[in-house]
Every structure is written in structure tokens, then in C-alpha cells.
Design a protein around this ligand. Structure first.
Ligand SMILES: Cc1cc2nc3c(=O)[nH]c(=O)nc-3n(C[C@H](O)[C@H](O)[C@H](O)COP(=O)(O)OP(=O)(O)OC[C@H]3O[C@@H](n4cnc5c(N)ncnc54)[C@H](O)[C@@H]3O)c2cc1C
Length: 1010
């Protein structure tokens, strides 16, 4: 055994001996909390329900409401809840007022265990007690998620007040160790960076740094004057690089250059942590002044894992707990070895991690007065006491604030205390032996089954397994294409380069493509940059009727062979398209920024969706392509399979210029149809790019034809054409209904009944229930209503708010809207860009005038760019559900807010529309959530999340009523719309004899030569 390991064990055992002298369970207060935690550790389902109940409790005002929620969360004894709990719930129902108070009191007690005080005065009481125990402090202000600049400014003011208060009240306090005040001032403030700026966007760290710097400088200046210490806490990975850059920038400024009392957090669960720490140390050496690092493992492990898996990103955290522990130890060494420039604070409750830092410090000859241990308020009291007894410096992290904003902090602590992997549970609840707890984490890392590596492989080579199994659901065998993560500098640089390149290409002329040939016309359509209407992104040759006829002839003739091309080849073509898109994704995104005014992440989401359509439909075709036995029956075999329909006309909108076009085209092509694609005039350059990509992927002449032109001319002509068999349309209700009607007529010489796949608009509603989590509801509603300027067919245009919550919702919603960044989306981090063109601009402005007569204009952002088709985010209140602005599709950044009395009325209003596309519901009541799931009439109903942003395979997308014909793009049955089913039955009995075995699948029946 190494000498370090034996020293770690010796130290660890010493701590354990001291801890055991003052036995205290993990739960230092008896009663409700103790019983709850014990149950939570025994029963996972109880834990989930209990923590959710705790989460909603603080927002409930009436006793009856509290008991109703309790009843809903613990309704089902069959779910494993003990009869005792049920009895408690029944009793509570008898006297709701009293029980509500008792419950609230108990949960408040639990919160008080982790929150040092609800205001500065209460916090001081705690700090005085700790002082008597020889423990220092750092105070953190709890707050709601900051959704507006008003809230961010309030947080900055509270920080400043707290600072002044702490300094005043601790006058005359000395360093608990009596040695080291130069490194460790008595007053220590921990600051949450995200609470100081509401518009932090990973794509635009520079903007965040400017705003955060402005808010922080006065606080830092005052802290330095007062001799206090300021620490930047670290939050989610999305903000990590910005926080590090901000720290380095601010403390390189002449004003703060020589100030040593500043610190930042490094999270050892991050794979980047070591690189970040070295960067900080190098920076510190160049700066020439000490600074501090609080080393922790990290508080957002589950969140980071879930978020990155959802977006297809490499998971930034280690996936095995001992990896985080081992990294913590490696980083401890780096910190201590660089003690000459960085002051170390070890933020951990894990005795192994603590003992390791102690042993290492001794090995390196670093005096214990030169570093400190930090632990959280309300946790691991015996360990703090032991460390003080051993003569170490201990600082307690003391959150202060109200119960409601403190709930998410409380739930994080509850999760940490009950985590299967956590040290505290192992030591204090499960009595794991000291020997086991002090093992070297490096030995515990399972080198063989490193989930981390597996995940990395999946993100790079994720499509290999697609379609591998016929037995599993499509979503499970399908791995989505990843989004670009603009947190990474390389991604931002690639986007900037692409923007420069696309800018240098604007104004080019683009041809039609018919039968594989480029056709140049004199007449062109100009595609305009809506942010800058004097810039023509491209001139598209305009097809007339003769070109439309040529395209039909080419598509008809290509159908002869394409319909008979094996589906495997067709699927491979789509996969090649997806991989070319992957290679060119920044270029495509940049083009969308110029041509349709999408902001960076929206444009990238569109390209990702296009790739997903190709890959998903390729998989789906493999699942559907072979004739499949309908039933096992002796003496006969029947196979169902599909043939393509013929020539497809694809008419696409401009709002998802590559994704929707590509989705419809790829579905038609992979099923064996040939296609004439007509892009929207406003996004025709994007359409040409798609054509070019299909060409590069090897599409044969005539299979895909590119035909920009006027909808009223070639669109109408092709819809009525006898040789067009299928029309896939996404766009307005007006045009969709015309197509539907016209396609219903059979023309002279027409062979097939025309199939129309029609996806139209929506008047989508979001309901905010009286107990909703407003931190989420506000952010998601703002995104749903104003993301891409409200020009998504899924966008929220009616917000329905229950009366009880109305005041608070509106206060936060209006200030959140006021904080949005409106501007040219070429700049990263812009949330609101221009609307698509002058016609849209004028129409939306007319609706705003209508709204002014029908309702109250509650908010309209001023300060928007003068040039370009910019419409400010606009919110109307007191909207009558039957008003025009509440019924008609506006397709712009205009939100109508409707106040209702209760959920019955809310659902009735939501459903009272011609459309049925998307809907959203925010609530923490299990019963109300069940009602919304069952009763809201929409094709896609989203609970507690935004109502936009469907992901292929995960959220098959499309509506009914006047929103569409009920098809689901990105769903497993979408391709069926592009094919005709056929069944071939053969009597295989000969003279009373038939084979016993019939294969489940047969080779393709390739279809006739037509
Ligand atoms: C004073 C103080 C300040 C803090 N400030 C911050 C801060 O600013 N930002 C922040 O993010 N955290 C912060 N934390 C850390 C966080 O809140 C947890 O308290 C800490 O991670 C728990 O670690 P531990 O060493 O006490 O316990 P342990 O039980 O040894 O470790 C638990 C931790 O291990 C990690 N983990 C759990 N499961 C896995 C797994 N399967 N694979 C890999 N890793 C896993 C997680 O980080 C988890 O929190 C702070 C902690 C303290 C004590």
C-alpha cells in the first residue's frame, strides 16, 4: 500500500473516531424529516412523489389545496404506499385547514434545516452560533430562476445589501484559526452568476460577460473596500465557460488586479475540470496575485446527464461515481502543488476526499492554515465538528432566503442525502465500514464497462444501429442526430466562419433543376434577407407552366426505374444526404440566418431535424420495405407490402426551410416516388442547397426536380395535373384547403386518386395552472410564443392563466418579455429576429392594431432595429376568447393572454378553436395533468415544457381539425401516406400437401414497368 493511501486511511479513521464520539444520524433533527428520508431511501416511488410534493408545497396557499395535492401524490396504495400514509391522507382530508398548516410547518422545518435563515437577520443568528463553534461562513442568496432583467437587478441589489449587513454585523470578528486572515477574510459571499443576467446564451458568452461585468463591478468594488471575499459559484455546464471567462476578465482589470480575495468553483465531475484548472492557474500566474478555488464534485449530475442525452451531446460529466472521486483527488493535488498562487477550499462531505486532501497537504508541507474545508449548512455536522477539533479551517456554506425560492435548493439537498451513490447515505444511514469508505477511488473505477466511453462512441457513430431490430419500437432503435452545442468555442467559430462565407456568396443566381439538368431562365425571383431587405440573398430562376410540364414528364419517366430500385438503395441515398448535411451543417445554418432570419440555435435545430428525417425515414423504410406475412395459416401465404404512388409534388414553407422540405422530399423518395419540389419563394436558396445535396448524394436525373416559382402559377397547375399522384403540402390553412379541394377532383386521363398530405397552422394554447412552477412556465412560454418570432406553426399564441396565479404570472411574464434581445440574428445570442417579409410585417402590424381595439396592450417592446422587418414582442391582456386576435392565426410575435376562473374553463377555451396542432399545460397537480392529457384537443400536447421543438421519432408531429389531415411527420406511420398497400396471396397447398414453414418476410415485389 502506498504511504499516501495509508496516511489517508489513518486520517480518515481519526475523523470517523471523532465523528462517532458525537453520534448523530444523517438527519440531525428528529421527526418528520427523519421519517420521510428513511422512507425515501427504502422506496424509490415514494421518494419521487414526496420530493415532487415538497417542490409544489411552498406555492400552495390554502389548506384545502395542500391536502388535495397530498391526496393526488399519494393516491394509490397499490403503488406501494403504506396504509399508514393513506390513513394520514384520509385524516388530513377531514380537517384540511389544520392538516395543511401542519404539513407546511413540517416541510418548512425541513427547509430550515438546509436554509440558514429567511433574511439577513436570521442568517446572522446562525453565523453567530457557528462562530462559537469555530466555524466560518460563506453566505449565498437563494432566489427564483431569474427570467428577466428586473429580477436580475433585484438580485444584485440584494447581494449588495447582504454584503453591507454582514460586514456591519461581524465587526470585530477574527479568523477562527487566529492565523490566515490575509487569505481568508471573515465575510465571504457566494454569488450565483446566472442570477445576475437573464439572457445568458451559450452562443454569446461575450454579451453575457459585458452584462454580468456591469452588474458585478459595483458589488466587487464594495466587497474589496469592505475587506470581504467574493466567490463565483458554478452552475450548469452551459454557463461554465462563460463563468470562467468572466472571472478571468474581471480580475485582470487594473481595479481588481491585486485583489486576492476572489474565488471560483471547479467541479470535479466534469471531464474538462483538469484543463480548466490548469488554465486558471496559468492565468493566475500571469496575473501575479493569489486567488482561490473551491473544489467540489458538482451539484447538477443528473441534469447534465439527461440534458446531454436529450440533445445528442457528449455527456460532460463522469458516469461512474469513483471517477468523480478520483478526479477530485487528482485536482486536489494540482491545487496544493500550486499553493503559491491558488488558495484551496475543499467542498466535500466525503471523509475519504477530505482525508486525502489533508494527507496530501502534509506530504507537500503545506500548513493547515493555508487551505480550508467547506461544507454545506445542515449537512454533516459531526464531520465539521471533527475537522475543527483536528485544527482545520472549516467554512460553512449558508444559503439564506425565502422558502418558495429555496425549494429547488431543498430538493437538491434531499436528493443528495438519499442518493444511492452518496457518501453521507453510506456512512450515516447504511453504516458502511470505514475501511470500505476509505478505499482508493482509482481502484473502484470499473475499467471494463466504462459507460462514459460507450456514450462517446454513441454520439460519434450513433446511426450504426438504426433499424437493426424489427421487434423494438422506432424511437428505441433510433438515435437522433445531435444538436450543435454552442457552449464550445469551436462551434461558435465554425458558425462565424460559415456566416462570413455565406455573406460573400449572396446575390448569386440559381437555376431550376429538371431531369438532372440545370435550366437558366431570364425571369427570376429575388430572395431577400429580412433583417436587411436591401440585401438579396439569391436570385432564383422562376419556372413557368412549360417548365412545370417538363418536370412532370421527367418525374414520370424517372418513376419507371426509381419505383423499382430496391428500398435498401433508396435508404442508403438518404443516409448519404444526412452525412453531407452533417459536413455542411454550419453553412446551411448560416444560410438560414440570412435567408429567413433564424437565430443560430433555431437554424441549427432545423438542420438537425432535416438530418433526422433522412435517417429516421431510412430506418422506417427498412422496417416496411419487405413484404410481411399477414398471418400464419397452413396451406396459404399472404404478404402485405407497399408500392410507391407515383409523382409527388412537394410544396414547402419558409419557416423550417430545410427541415420540412427535406422531410417531405425524403419520405417521398425513400418510398420510391419521384418528386417535384417547389420551395417557398422566401427560402428558395435553402431549397436549392437541398437539391445540390441530393445531387451530391447521387440522386438520379428526374427523381428529384427543383422548381421554384409562383404558387399561384405553377403550384396551382401542378396540383391539378393529371400526372401528379401525390401532394405533400405544409403551409397556410387557406392554401391547404384549396389544395385539398382541388385534388379531390378527378381529371381527364388521371390514373390514381390523388393523395394529399396536408399540414397547416394552429392557434395553439398554453395553460398555466394555479400551482405551476413559474420558473419553468415563464421561460418556456416566452420561448414557445416568441421563439423564431412566433413563426412556427407550433408556436403558442394564446396563453390561458388561472385567476389565482394571474398576478404573479403576468408580473414575471411581462418583465421576461421586456428582457428579450431583439436584433439581427447574425449576432449570436439574439432571441428575436425579423419576421419573414414585408407582407408578413404589414399583416402582423394590422393584427396588432386590431388587438389594440379588442384588448389591452399590456406590453410591446420598444428599442428594435429600424431597418428590417422587425416586430417587437407584443402581449395583449384582457383578451376575449372570441376576439379575432384569439381566434385567427397571426404567425408573429403576438401573444393573447386570457384569464380564466378554473381548469374547466381553461380547457374549454383552449379547445374552442378551429385548429388542433399543439398545446401546452403547466401544472404540478397529478390529477390536473391527467385531465389535460385526456381532454386537450391537439395533435401534440406538451406537459410542463415548451409547446415547440418536436424531435423526430420522439415527438411525431402534426395536427387535425383545420391543422391538418392527421399525418405525423417524424412518426412511424408517416411513410404509409406515400405508398399504396398491396397484398399477395398464394394457395400453397398441392393435392392436400403444404409446407409447414412460411417465412415472415419475403423479397420485394418490385412492381410493374409502367
Ligand atoms: C461548500 C460547498 C459549496 C458547493 N458549491 C458548489 C457549486 O458552486 N457548484 C456545484 O456544482 N456544486 C457545489 N457543491 C457540491 C455539491 O453541491 C455536492 O454537495 C457535492 O457534489 C457532494 O459531494 P461530496 O463529496 O460531499 O459527496 P459524495 O457523496 O462523495 O459525492 C456525491 C457527488 O458525486 C457525484 N456523482 C454522483 N453519482 C455519480 C456518478 N454516477 N458518476 C459520477 N459522479 C457522480 C456528484 O457530483 C455527487 O454530487 C458545493 C458543495 C459544498 C460542500
Amino acid at each position: 500500500m502506498s504511504s499516501l493511501q495509508s496516511e489517508v486511511e489513518r486520517r480518515g479513521e481519526e475523523i470517523f473516531t471523532l465523528v462517532d464520539q458525537h453520534p448523530e444520524s444523517l438527519f440531525s433533527k428528529a421527526g418528520f424529516y427523519q421519517r420521510m428520508m428513511a422512507l425515501s431511501m427504502r422506496d424509490e416511488h415514494f421518494k419521487v412523489q414526496m420530493f415532487r410534493f415538497v417542490d409544489v408545497l411552498a406555492s400552495l396557499r390554502r389548506g384545502g389545496e395542500i391536502v388535495r395535492h397530498l391526496d393526488e401524490y399519494f393516491e394509490d396504495t397499490r403503488n406501494g404506499f403504506s396504509p399508514l400514509i393513506r390513513t394520514g391522507v384520509q385524516l388530513a382530508k377531514v380537517v384540511p385547514w389544520v392538516s395543511g398548516q401542519v404539513l407546511r410547518w413540517n416541510v418548512s422545518g425541513m427547509a430550515r434545516q438546509f436554509i440558514a435563515g429567511k433574511n439577513a437577520r436570521d442568517v446572522m443568528k446562525t453565523l453567530r452560533k457557528r462562530r462559537a463553534q469555530g466555524i466560518g461562513f460563506t453566505v449565498d442568496l437563494l432566489g427564483e430562476a431569474v427570467v428577466s432583467e428586473q429580477e436580475a437587478t433585484e438580485y444584485a441589489v440584494r447581494c449588495m445589501d447582504l454584503l453591507e449587513h454582514l460586514v456591519r454585523e461581524t465587526e470585530g470578528w477574527k479568523d477562527p484559526l487566529g492565523d490566515g486572515e490575509d487569505l481568508f477574510p471573515v465575510v465571504n459571499l457566494s454569488v450565483k452568476i446566472s442570477a445576475l443576467y437573464s439572457q445568458m446564451n451559450p452562443a454569446d458568452p461575450a454579451d453575457a460577460i459585458v452584462h454580468l461585468g456591469g452588474k458585478l463591478r459595483p458589488i466587487l468594488r464594495r466587497a474589496r473596500e469592505l475587506g470581504a471575499f467574493v466567490n463565483f459559484d458554478m452552475e450548469s455546464y452551459a454557463h461554465k465557460n462563460t463563468t470562467l471567462e468572466l472571472f478571468k476578465m474581471l480580475f485582470s482589470e487594473p481595479e481588481f488586479l491585486h485583489w486576492p480575495h476572489v474565488g471560483i468553483v471547479i467541479q470535479a465531475y466534469l471531464r474538462d475540470a483538469e484543463e480548466d484548472l490548469w488554465n486558471l492557474i496559468d492565468w493566475g500566474r500571469t496575473r501575479g496575485t493569489r486567488f482561490a478555488v473551491r473544489l467540489v464534485k458538482g451539484a447538477y449530475w443528473d441534469y447534465e446527464k439527461i440534458k446531454s442525452r436529450q440533445n445528442g451531446w457528449a455527456v460532460p460529466v463522469y458516469l461512474q461515481k469513483p471517477e468523480s472521486d478520483a478526479n477530485f483527488e487528482g485536482l486536489s493535488r494540482i491545487l496544493l502543488e500550486n499553493e503559491s498562487i491558488v488558495t484551496a477550499a475543499f467542498g466535500s462531505h466525503n471523509v475519504r476526499s477530505i482525508a486525502h486532501a489533508q494527507a496530501l497537504a502534509d506530504e507537500l508541507g503545506i500548513d493547515r492554515s493555508r487551505f480550508e474545508f467547506q461544507l454545506l449548512y445542515g449537512m454533516a455536522g459531526p464531520i465539521k465538528r471533527a475537522l475543527v477539533q483536528m485544527g482545520y479551517r472549516v467554512r460553512e456554506y449558508c444559503p439564506g432566503g425565502e422558502l418558495l425560492p429555496g425549494m429547488s435548493y431543498l430538493v437538491r439537498r434531499l436528493l443528495e442525502n438519499t442518493s444511492n451513490e452518496g457518501f453521507l447515505r453510506a456512512k450515516f444511514s447504511e453504516n458502511v465500514s470505514a475501511e470500505e469508505l476509505l478505499r482508493d477511488p482509482d481502484e473502484l473505477v470499473d475499467q471494463g464497462s466504462n459507460g462514459a466511453e460507450d456514450l462517446e462512441i454513441q454520439t460519434q457513430d450513433r446511426h450504426v444501429g438504426n433499424g437493426a431490430s424489427l421487434a423494438t419500437p422506432p424511437g428505441d432503435t433510433y438515435e437522433n442526430a445531435p444538436l450543435v452545442n454552442f457552449v464550445h468555442r469551436e462551434s461558435r467559430e465554425s458558425m462565424r466562419t460559415a456566416l462570413r462565407e455565406v455573406r460573400s456568396q449572396v446575390g448569386k443566381k440559381y437555376p431550376l433543376v429538371i431531369d438532372g439538368k440545370r435550366i437558366w431562365m431570364d425571369k427570376t425571383i429575388a430572395s431577400i434577407n429580412p433583417s436587411s431587405p436591401d440585401q438579396v440573398v439569391g436570385y432564383l430562376c422562376e419556372a413557368g407552366i412549360p417548365e412545370a410540364e417538363r418536370a412532370v414528364t421527367a418525374a414520370r419517366s424517372a418513376f419507371e426505374h426509381w419505383s423499382r430500385t430496391p428500398f435498401e438503395k433508396r435508404a442508403q441515398l438518404l443516409e448519404r444526404v444526412a452525412s453531407i448535411m452533417h459536413r455542411r451543417r454550419f453553412e446551411l445554418s448560416a444560410l438560414e440566418v440570412f435567408e429567413v432570419g433564424k437565430q443560430w440555435a433555431e437554424a441549427d435545430g432545423d438542420v438537425r431535424e432535416a438530418m433526422d428525417f433522412c435517417l429516421f425515414y431510412a430506418q422506417q423504410m427498412r422496417l416496411r420495405g419487405r413484404p410481411r406475412l399477414t398471418q400464419h395459416v397452413l396451406g396459404e401465404e399472404s404478404y402485405q407490402h407497399y408500392w410507391p404512388r407515383g409523382v409527388a409534388l412537394v410544396v414547402a414553407p419558409w419557416n423550417f426551410p430545410i427541415a420540412i422540405m427535406c422531410g417531405m422530399v425524403s419520405a417521398a423518395i425513400v418510398t420510391g416516388n419521384t418528386v417535384i419540389m417547389k420551395p417557398a419563394e422566401q427560402s428558395a436558396v435553402c431549397g436549392f442547397m437541398l437539391m445540390e445535396i441530393f445531387e451530391e448524394a447521387g440522386i438520379l436525373p428526374g427523381v428529384l426536380n427543383f422548381l421554384p416559382g409562383k404558387g399561384s402559377v405553377i403550384g396551382a397547375h401542378l396540383v391539378d395535373h393529371k400526372d401528379v399522384d401525390l401532394i405533400a403540402f405544409t403551409g397556410s390553412r387557406e392554401v391547404g384547403l384549396r389544395i385539398w379541394e382541388s385534388a379531390g377532383k378527378t381529371r381527364e386521363g388521371q390514373r390514381e386518386l390523388k393523395r394529399v398530405i396536408c399540414e397547416m397552422g394552429g392557434k395553439n394554447a398554453v395553460i398555466i395552472d394555479s400551482d405551476a412552477d413559474l420558473d419553468e412556465a415563464i421561460v418556456d412560454t416566452i420561448y414557445s410564443a416568441f421563439g423564431y418570432q412566433g413563426q412556427k406553426c407550433s408556436a403558442c399564441s394564446r396563453l390561458i392563466v388561472l385567476e389565482e396565479n394571474y398576478g404573479r404570472v403576468m408580473e414575471r411574464l411581462l418583465s421576461a418579455a421586456a428582457s428579450l434581445r431583439v436584433g439581427n440574428p447574425e449576432q449570436p445570442g439574439i432571441t428575436i429576429g425579423p419576421v419573414i417579409d414585408e407582407t408578413a410585417y404589414n399583416r402582423i402590424r394590422e393584427y396588432i392594431e386590431v388587438g389594440k381595439n379588442e384588448a389591452t396592450l399590456a406590453y410591446q417592446k420598444g428599442d428594435i432595429p429600424e431597418k428590417g422587418y422587425f416586430i417587437p414582442p407584443t402581449i395583449f391582456t384582457r383578451v376575449n376568447p372570441n376576439a379575432r386576435i384569439a381566434c385567427e392565426e397571426i404567425f408573429g410575435p403576438v401573444l393573447s393572454v386570457i384569464k380564466v376562473q378554473d381548469l374547466d374553463e381553461a380547457i374549454a377555451v383552449a379547445n374552442n378553436t378551429d385548429f388542433a396542432l399543439t398545446a401546452g399545460f403547466f401544472s404540478r397537480s397529478p390529477a390536473n395533468i391527467e385531465r389535460a392529457k385526456a381532454e386537450i384537443v391537439a395533435g401534440n400536447v406538451y406537459i410542463n415544457r415548451s409547446c415547440t421543438g418536436a424531435v423526430v421519432g420522439r415527438h411525431p408531429f402534426g395536427g387535425f381539425k383545420m391543422s391538418g389531415g392527421g399525418t405525423k411527420a417524424g412518426g412511424e406511420d408517416y411513410l404509409l401516406n406515400f405508398m399504396v398497400p398491396r397484398v399477395v396471396t398464394e394457395n400453397i397447398m398441392r393435392h392436400g400437401f403444404a409446407p409447414e414453414e412460411t417465412p415472415l418476410y419475403r423479397d420485394e415485389f418490385r412492381g410493374p414497368k409502367r
